[in-house]
Design a protein around this ligand. Sequence first.
Ligand SMILES: Cc1cc2nc3c(=O)[nH]c(=O)nc-3n(C[C@H](O)[C@H](O)[C@H](O)COP(=O)(O)OP(=O)(O)OC[C@H]3O[C@@H](n4cnc5c(N)ncnc54)[C@H](O)[C@@H]3O)c2cc1C
Length: 337
Amino acid sequence: MKLHTNYSLKDYNTFGIEAYAKEFVAVQSVNELKQVLQENKGKKLFILGGGSNMLLTKDIDALVLHINIKGISVISESDTHVNIQAMAGENWHEFVLHCINNNYGGLENLSLIPGNVGTTPIQNIGAYGTEIKDTFVSCNALNIETLETDTFTKDDCEFAYRESIFKGKLKGKYIITSVTFKLTKTDHKINTAYGDITEKLIDNGIIVATIKDVSNAVIAIRQSKLPDPKELGNSGSFFKNPIVPKTIFDKIQSKHPLMPYYVVSETEVKVPAGWLIEQSGFKGKRFGDAGVHSKQALVLVNYGNATGQEILNLSHKIQETVFNNFGIHIENEVNII
Ligand SMILES: Cc1cc2nc3c(=O)[nH]c(=O)nc-3n(C[C@H](O)[C@H](O)[C@H](O)COP(=O)(O)OP(=O)(O)OC[C@H]3O[C@@H](n4cnc5c(N)ncnc54)[C@H](O)[C@@H]3O)c2cc1C
């Protein structure tokens, strides 16, 4: 375990932004993590997973702890279900593939989301009609102050759309070290209702889909729509889809009858932020090396040498224009550092 100083984070964030950590250490086990925390008590800390949900706008004046703890184990199983635990540093997509290869169902719609397992509860990652809260059992997390491990159940986590207690009142207080999911071994609940999954399966000549078929369809759809961070720096959806009160939505819709929406409840409606951004004229636009992706307006991209500040400025310009056009504030999904 080597502690580096003035360490480049360019290869540790999917936006590919050049920024430096004052200090950096990668930990491979919970014991190493405790040791580093003990030896560096009082220092400002910054927790880094796969770096796929952050925009670095400056150097990090802290000790960066890169959580690289690996391991996957079955905790318990019955004829129909398995409780499987993955350590925080496991790559999420590889873990999903591991589950599919073992015929464990429930995570297939979340295929190809970048980042690490330990970060998935933080914003309750979701895609194609599924969120991790649907299969989440519990996570273990180290209290940074006491170095005790606490277990958080689904209820404890207060999951909501791209939200959890770890983004709210426990922000900065815990380091998640492992997550346990309850997955199906038989009677998988195949969910193809969202996005283009059904169309993709039909294109592939599949009538009765397996979890592997759904995963393959999701992977193909994502690859056709989202830029690969290895080729074009990005952090996925930069903004959350805004949820607006129905009364306000009705007023906006009377002026913009083509606005797409999903009903969330009797009183709330979710509007696709990508549509609002596209209608505001930003899709495919480039400002220096910062830009808006040509296929998905929700994704901001780094064409090579954009600074985090340039991408942040672009995000502000988008928020302002969308607000002026529609009266809707779109919030960041990405963590601004
Ligand atoms: C191309 C692309 C597509 C994406 N698609 C989706 C999508 O469909 N759905 C979706 O929900 N997200 C999506 N994302 C966002 C991202 O993949 C997820 O939010 C992912 O869970 C982030 O994981 P990470 O390990 O990279 O987090 P990081 O970026 O490393 O960290 C994110 C935040 O969590 C904190 N953190 C990291 N690890 C820990 C830990 N172990 N304990 C406590 N705090 C920690 C960090 O300090 C930071 O504040 C996408 C991103 C990209 C680049």
